[in-house]
Design a protein around this ligand. Sequence first.
Ligand code: PGA
Length: 252
Amino acid sequence: MRTRFVAGNWKMNKTGEETRVLVAEMLPELSAIKGADKAVCPPAPYLMSLANLLAGSGVGLGAQNMHWEASGAFTGEIAPKMVAEFCQYVILGHSERRAYFGETDEMVNKKVKAALAVGLTPIMCVGETLDENEAGQTAAVVSRQTKGGLAGLTPEEAVKIVVAYEPVWAIGTGRAATSQQAQDVHANVVRKSLADLFGKDAAEAIRIQYGGSVNAKNAAELFGMPDIDGALVGGASLKAPDFIAIVKAAAG
Ligand code: PGA
């Protein structure tokens, strides 16, 4: 069975001191929760100090992005090995990276491969925009992103990754997908695409998170769905009580 996994995407928020305060607030309760995997993904400058705070706590650490090249003249970028020095996870292909920084499925695919090569677990994000949703293109877009981002992986590699289905219209809007809407895409689009690529057994082993306005109130219902294996949480991950409640809901 798949262990549910909740990750907090802090995006470009908080000062260094605020990140340490937030972690200190969450850590005792979070590390006591068994039965679900959990991680926080702070801005890159804080990874080192938070890695020290989280060491041995059972709460993982993730970056929000990285480059695919190992090193070189890429001013402002962070290499996979630099991330792997501090983190277990890396969010890749978030819709904000796709929309504002021009990330394509091909770039996401290079990043996924580079992350696996250094032992990081990629959390690869997919999801349709409002326009695409209203035009009935959800399945086409999400399956293209899933297959494009994971092209060329072996089934053995694929089972190490996490996919996050995040409909863009649900991110930061307070308007989450219903549990049934999310379940449909998870089962009939994402997991089906995974089965097409890697076979049924591998597809059944891969965790698919839902993301987009997950909060302490709607989490349990989402996690009650058979193909929703956790959440990638933005806004609600910045508040200790809310994030703790979501992780507790995932632990069941
Ligand atoms: P949200 O963001 O929970 O604030 O909607 C989710 C995300 O972008 O990962």
